[in-house]
Design a protein. Structure first.
Lengths: 147, 95
């Protein structure tokens, strides 16, 4: 589902208490991942998101996790610690997800371009071919790679 | 008469070989999937299976806890289909 509209401002606190503001990520490609610890496919894709954050950080990719209720802070902190998550995770609510889509699918990943516009909405697990086709072309090319 | 009989036999043989070829390539697997509690869950399993090379049709029902998959067995195996289901966080039950 290709999108181009401007994203609404999303301002949340991550599980360490730091503020996460979507507008602070201008110039980056953001994967805003709505997930929950009780959602098996959400849990299944976390290792891939951790890997993408690590491998494509220098190319401008940033992952932000936003949980979907019902979800408690201790559950998320425990999951975050256990899986060594390397990106900010905030406790979200239904309204946060509704800012982007009415779909009830989880996981749900909103792809936000460098100019802040919503480039795509990916329902379900982010598949490797979806990353290659929809996200990788948005990223900065590593030095030495033409175009 | 003889010529037409030979021709008929030859055509029958070609049709039979084609039919065997199709049935050998397309298979149907019904796999029980544990843990799906809602339509969104079955959607994730369906999406992953549909993206798998060799999969032709997929129906996943969270109520019956089943995935019914038609696939080309020259391109993908049932073992691989089970791995794909497991990669979505659910469990393909061995029966």
């Amino acid at each position: 589902m290709a999108q181009t509209r401007k994203p609404p401002e999303l301002k949340l606190k991550d599980i360490t208490g730091r503020q996460v503001r979507l507008s602070d990520y201008r110039g980056k490609i953001v994967l805003l991942n709505f997930w929950a610890t009780w959602c098996p496919p959400c849990r299944a894709e976390i290792p891939d998101l951790i890997r993408l954050q690590r491998e494509y950080h220098s190319a401008g990719l940033r992952v932000i996790g936003v949980t979907y209720p019902p979800q408690t802070l201790p559950e998320v902190k425990e999951f975050f610690r256990k899986h060594k998550m390397n990106y900010p995770v905030a406790i979200g609510n239904k309204a946060n997800k509704l800012l982007f889509t009415e779909s009830e699918s989880l996981p749900m990943t909103i792809v936000i371009g460098a100019n802040g516009s919503v480039k795509d909405i990916i329902e379900g697990i982010l598949l490797p071919e979806e990353f290659e086709q929809k996200i990788k072309p948005l990223l900065k090319k590593p030095l030495g790679e033409s175009k | 008469m003889r010529k037409s009989l030979v021709l008929t036999l030859a055509m029958s043989a070609v049709m039979l070989i084609s039919a065997i070829g199709i049935s050998a390539a397309t298979r149907k697997a019904t796999i029980r999937v544990e843990g799906m509690k809602c339509a969104n869950c079955s959607g994730s399993v369906k999406k992953a299976l549909k993206a798998t090379a060799g999969v032709e049709t997929v129906e996943v029902n969270h109520q019956t806890q089943e995935a019914v998959i038609e696939y080309d067995d020259t391109k993908v195996t049932e073992v691989r289909l089970r791995e794909v289901i497991n990669s979505t966080g659910f469990k393909a039950v061995e029966e």
